[in-house]
Design a protein. Structure first.
Length: 454
């Protein structure tokens, strides 16, 4: 009881520090997707090192061919277990017109923290950091290491290089805080991630745009042909992917796993409200859960080309570009799916070029055993309710890299809510999730210390 009061006091006393640190981080536009922001990512790494050192931790920067990786933490002794906490500090672009306030101007509205990166993933990163400092100050017999990446949003292309540098020793376990709950008040711990293949499909049929009255009917229309290509790849209404062989390696969800999803308390109406959808492809709760957590997808993210200004300019464009991605599930292999895509597109339209933008492997995690039990109990300690095990619909490239390199248990203790707006305009985080997260991570670190080395 005394320990609980001590932790509560620590969380309360560090609220202003947390908010100040998060404000500084949010105002650095660390957009990894845009090379123009390379300097901002470097500035983000420098600020992260300063924060670690200000809290009494050691800190270092691991250089790569791209953006750096920040690592640091507290060392209790070689005889004690080591946990690595993974987060990322790069962010998505913020160009949507729906932003109500400048995305890189931090706003603290009585514990609601607004700005790009607040929930994905700077807020959760700082939450775990302050919990680590609490554990270190109490002399917890655990080595706590932090790995903060700056290329997660572009698929972690240089993260393998950072791990190969031997600047980050192999831990006994990893915990990732970059996932989303089912709903507010319903903690969730994913036991898997979907993989990804992203590509740009391009078609050029002329050198310049041509008058549709003069050339229409004879001229090829690259935008129309790309739309036809999408129709050949996927059923736009039902979502079924039509590329031959796409589903061959998919491991179907079992009834037991679907029953576990159902115990999460997921509801279609809450899902629609959180993401501001007007309608969905299905109204079945079980089918929506299967689709977002355990089924592969084919999505169109952008169609570029032609005239997009006011009115209609009657010119047939000379080129078009289509941006797509496919989410993958166990046991789909990204390289194999990419080959299927290229083969199918060549058969449909040999003039379309396919430029691969990134590949990530799906990941199957654990939901039983001492580490899963410790994480579950810690989340209950932090939020008053045990989490449910789901799968995460998104992808985290660094996870599969760490799994291959380290071969240790990887757990997920995400803190974000659906309404926080991952990758969306008006992103935010909140003190309720941050304060509960500090308690949860402090409890988890204590439980890992009590487990000892495996």
């Amino acid at each position: 009881m005394a320990e609980e009061r001590e932790l509560d006091r620590y969380v309360r006393d560090n609220r202003s520090r947390y908010e100040a640190m998060l404000g500084e981080m949010v105002e650095v536009p660390s957009i990894s997707m845009d090379p123009v922001h390379a300097g901002d990512n470097r500035r983000m790494a420098t600020l992260a090192v300063e924060f670690l050192k200000d809290l009494g931790a050691e800190a270092d920067v691991v250089e790569t061919k791209g953006n750096p990786v920040v690592t640091g933490g507290w060392t209790a002794g070689r005889q004690y277990p080591t946990v690595t906490v993974y987060n990322h500090l790069d962010v998505q672009p913020a160009q949507e017109p729906e932003w109500r306030h400048p995305p890189f101007t931090f706003r603290n509205e009585d514990g609601v923290y607004r700005g790009r990166g607040a929930t994905d993933d700077k807020g959760p990163a700082l939450t775990a950091l302050l919990a680590g400092r609490y554990a270190a100050d109490r002399g917890t017999r655990l080595n706590i290491r932090f790995v903060w990446e700056l290329e997660e949003e572009i698929g972690s292309p240089n993260f393998p290089e950072a791990l190969a540098s031997n600047r980050m020793p192999t831990p006994d376990s990893v915990v990732v805080s970059d996932t989303i709950w089912v709903a507010k008040g319903r903690p969730a711990m994913p036991a898997g991630l979907r993989g990804l293949v992203a590509a740009t499909l391009s078609l050029r049929t002329g050198e310049v745009g041509a008058h549709s009255g003069v050339t229409g009917g004879a001229a090829r229309n690259p935008l129309a042909e790309l739309c036809a290509l999408v129709h050949a790849c996927v059923d736009a209404h039902g979502g079924r992917v039509k590329i031959p062989g796409f589903y061959d390696d998919v491991v179907p969800t079992t009834k037991a796993e679907m029953d576990g999803f159902a115990r999460s308390g997921f509801t279609v109406n809450r899902f629609k409200r959180a993401h501001q959808f007007r309608s969905l492809r299905t109204s079945s709760t079980r089918d929506v859960m299967r689709r977002i957590w355990a089924a592969p997808t084919f999505e169109v993210h952008g169609l570029v080309g032609g005239y997009t200004g006011p009115g209609v300019k009657t010119v047939i464009p000379a080129w078009g570009e289509l941006k797509i991605s496919m989410r993958l599930v166990p046991n789909q292999r990204p390289e194999h799916i990419c080959r299927l895509l290229k083969r199918f597109i060549k058969a449909q339209n040999p003039d379309v070029t396919v430029e691969l933008e990134g590949m990530l492997e799906p990941f199957r995690g654990i939901q039983c055993g001492p580490y899963a039990d410790a994480a579950s109990e810690a989340m209950r300690a932090g939020f008053g309710k045990a989490p449910v095990f789901t799968r995460e619909g998104g992808s985290i490239g660094a996870v599969s890299v760490m799994a291959r390199a380290w071969k240790v248990p990887i757990l997920f203790m995400g803190l974000s809510l659906p309404e926080h707006g991952y990758h969306a305009p008006n992103e935010y985080f909140d003190w309720g999730q941050a304060s509960g997260g500090m308690r949860a991570f402090a409890a988890y670190f204590e439980k890992l210390a009590n487990m000892g080395r495996p």
